[in-house]
Ligand binder design. Sequence first.
Ligand code: HEM
Length: 544
Amino acid sequence: RFSEANPPPPLSMKDSMDLWIENILVLYGDKEPRDTVPVAEGDVSDLMGGPFFLALHRCFKQYGPIYKLAFGPKVFIVVNDPVVCRHILRERSILYDKGVLSEILEPIMGKGLIPADYETWKTRRRAIVPGFHSAWLEFMTGMFGYCTDGLSEKLDGLIAAGEGTAPVVEMETEYSSLALDIIGKAVFNYDFKSTQTESPVIKAVYRTLREAEYRSTFLFPYWKFEPLNWIVPRQRQFRRDMKLVNNTLRKLINEAQHGKQSTELDDLKRRDYENVSDPSMLRFLVDLRGESTTNQQLRDDLMTMLIAGHETTAAVLTWATYELVQRPDIYARVRAEVDAVMGDRQSPPTFQDVKSLNLTRRVLAESLRMYPEPPLLIRRLLADDTLPGGEIGKPTNLKRGTDVFICVYSMHRSPALWEEPDVFNPDRWLKPFSNPGVEGWSGYNPPDPNRASLYPNEVNADFAFLPFGGGSRKCVGDQFAMLESTVAFATLVRRFDFSLGCAPSEVGVDTGATIHTKGGMPIRVRKRGEWDELNEASAKLAQQ
Ligand code: HEM
């Protein structure tokens, strides 16, 4: 009934009330539930305290790939099944919007792609996607290398200052600064220089990002009650920060508008970026002929990309480092691969080089499997729908207004889908899926087993792997992010001997929009060739 041309109408207050009444009737046994999905009722208290996605993972182990979280009449359906994910994200994506996530992020991102209503999203997505064209990505790859060199110099400085004692560096912070510098340059040609300095704008951006994360894990949006924004200190701070960030963005947008040169899309895509003074996404969006939008919309687009593209990439680098340093054998192989591809060149990998860094990319994909960013996707159903049932499960009928969580973390660590799901094994991607299966899990739908790929993504993995989401709302920055993290990771791993600065179990996990560490990622940084264990692994590899 609904299509792109005829999307379902937004929810009304009456729809929400109808759903609540139905849930209350079911709760008191006065109405039959629409489905046989198990309810994780007794476990709700377990959800408070500690990362939310880990609590959901505990429920997943008990209830399987589809279950309900019931907070009285408020019910969330939690799904972790590839075929159901494919249904929600690709086949029926028109029926699902971002629900509670839009409500939370709208004050920060406005009508940017993530929280936007359907009509705005459709128009802006069409304008933004061509911005990630290959000439731009190729030029950006050089910029990723340039920014990573800045971090390498900083690490060299810390090693020199250690005078023989290898420094322990909190790498989550360093990766976060690197990713901020990169996204600032890429999106609006602004140099945060956050790897070198701290400025009021950087601090405001960080606090705003923290607030976005805080809000995305807070189910009661108290900041919508205006007086509290004047009373609660963190909300007062947030208003001040937003003012500073918005003023900075407005200035950049005004400058870009001032130099506007209306250009056809094909000409923009053929631009010689080496000779362009401002290669940013902002410039592209301003110059694109036929795309007239407001400065406010541009602000929302840029702010959304800044937030979506910053912590995610930093988290991938952080967790890939954590896993790699515990496996010197794989570390040695990654380094050997980078050496083989780069030969004598000491500069960072280029766009072409990245295509040959297969193991390095698989290491990043494997850490995205183990630590998906974000660990949870959030949707709300805009029309009645029936989720596909599996061989064992029964169809699940959902009512308009139902909130749905896709717990990507659980799916990526499901024993039904992955052999040894908690083991870091970048070579798993070379083999077709084994579909180990778990007997008795209702609703379980195995993905197509004949899948293996050098380029792990949601299509190759038949939606069992969702590193960048899938379907129409898939990440627009996926290629950008993979290029960025491959260049940064390959450069640093080639140049430095990283090892863990504490016991692995001491690295705690915290929640946010992405998976953070609790207390940082201490990494001992030595010059290449100074960590005995890695030297031994490299020597062993050379003999093979
Ligand atoms: C959406 C992951 C980097 C911009 C998404 C989604 C995921 C994701 C899972 C889908 C969310 C959903 O369906 O609810 C990641 C990861 C990244 C990354 C893991 C890094 C490794 C980036 C970068 C940019 C970006 C670098 C921009 C330059 C966006 C935008 C959306 C999005 C604008 C919303 C798309 C839409 O709704 O149409 N990302 N992302 N992301 N991402 Fe990324």
